[in-house]
Design a protein around this ligand. Structure first.
Ligand code: NAP
Length: 294
């Protein structure tokens, strides 16, 4: 059996279609949803993400602001910028791109963002609301995974979801979302980490296996149950002399072999990747709608 592909491009396109309609309805009321992104320093990967976010905003007809600050920016200067964005009425949502330079306390910056504009859903207020099942926002990457499950027709209720990884950005919120009552959830959830003994004995029990560990092709076919749905969040650059730039992207899952055992799988690239920006856009539109009471 070769697994059915769940492609982020297809799922995100259907969500963008819905967002265009919602943006149109907001514009009819004189509101243009606005997203600001603050980039501190010159991390090349962050520069790429920030450019992609700005481009997508423009494609959707949203207001986009990119603020680039030098590597030498002090914590006080960054807090002042956050305060300015908190008060800017044309900005409905914003984020400070992580990672930040080492001399800046990330937690202090995250905590300074107005929760009603926290479209990354990193503020403890929003994390708490998500955990109790009353979310204003959902964090983009796990929300993207959940949409891929829902829109690919994957049943989650009563299924055993195993999550490999417990980061604040992916693993933990993913677990919090899948254990809730409701659509795309109602699952029995197991979360594993680098201290978990005999990982394969747990992953091979998963009806739905969600992997976010940052270890290239770590999950091999013998670790996967026949017919499981496998979602690979991992994005790892590995050397590849045959590639034009000498490297290529692979996931945390040994795709070529696991796809012969799974019933559905996400590739890397082209799987979860496109969903993250899509859900960020959805959060920004939601923030704008909330502001006008829709
Ligand atoms: P992270 O903060 O480095 O967390 C990795 C997690 O994996 C940790 O909880 C770690 O356990 C666990 N882990 C590592 N080795 C393990 C092992 N051998 N067995 C079991 N668990 C193990 O990474 P992250 O931010 O969650 O990202 C994970 C991957 O997803 C990365 O490749 C990242 O690039 C990718 N990602 C992609 C997107 C996207 O848009 N597609 C978004 C976010 C992240 P400990 O806690 O015990 O260390």
């Amino acid at each position: 059996m070769t697994a059915r592909m769940i492609l982020g491009k297809d799922v995100s396109e259907s969500i963008y279609g819905e967002l265009r309609e919602r943006i149109g309805a907001l514009k009819a009321k004189g509101i243009v949803p606005g997203l600001a992104v603050v980039l501190v320093g010159e991390d090349p990967a962050s520069q790429v993400y920030v450019r992609m976010k700005g481009k997508k905003c423009e494609e959707l007809g949203m207001h986009s602001v990119t603020i680039v600050m030098p590597e030498t920016t002090t914590q006080e200067e960054l807090l002042a910028k956050v305060d300015e964005l908190n008060r800017d009425p044309s900005v409905h949502g914003f984020l400070v791109q992580l990672p930040l330079p080492k001399h800046i306390d990330e937690e202090a910056i995250i905590n300074a963002v107005d929760p009603s504009k926290d479209v990354d859903c990193f503020h403890p207020f929003n994390v708490g609301k998500m955990l109790i099942g009353e979310p204003d926002f959902l964090p983009a990457t796990p929300a993207g995974v959940q949409q891929m499950l829902i829109r690919s027709g994957t049943e989650t209720a009563g299924k055993h979801v195993v999550i490999v990884g417990r980061s604040n950005i992916v693993g933990k919120p993913m677990a919090a979302m899948m254990m809730q009552k409701g659509k795309g959830a109602d699952s029995t959830v197991t979360v594993t980490n680098s201290r978990t003994p005999n990982l394969a004995s747990i992953t091979s029990q998963a009806d739905i296996l969600i992997v976010a560990m940052g270890r290239p092709r770590f999950i091999t076919a013998d670790m996967v149950k026949q017919g499981a749905v496998v979602i690979d969040v991992g994005t790892n650059r590995i050397p590849d002399p045959s590639a034009k730039n000498g490297s290529r992207l692979v996931g945390d899952v040994d795709f070529d072999n696991v796809k012969e055992k799974a019933s559905a799988i996400t590739p890397v690239p082209g799987g979860v990747g496109p969903m993250t920006i899509c859900m960020l856009m959805a959060n920004t539109v939601h923030a704008a709608e909330k502001r006008v009471g829709i």
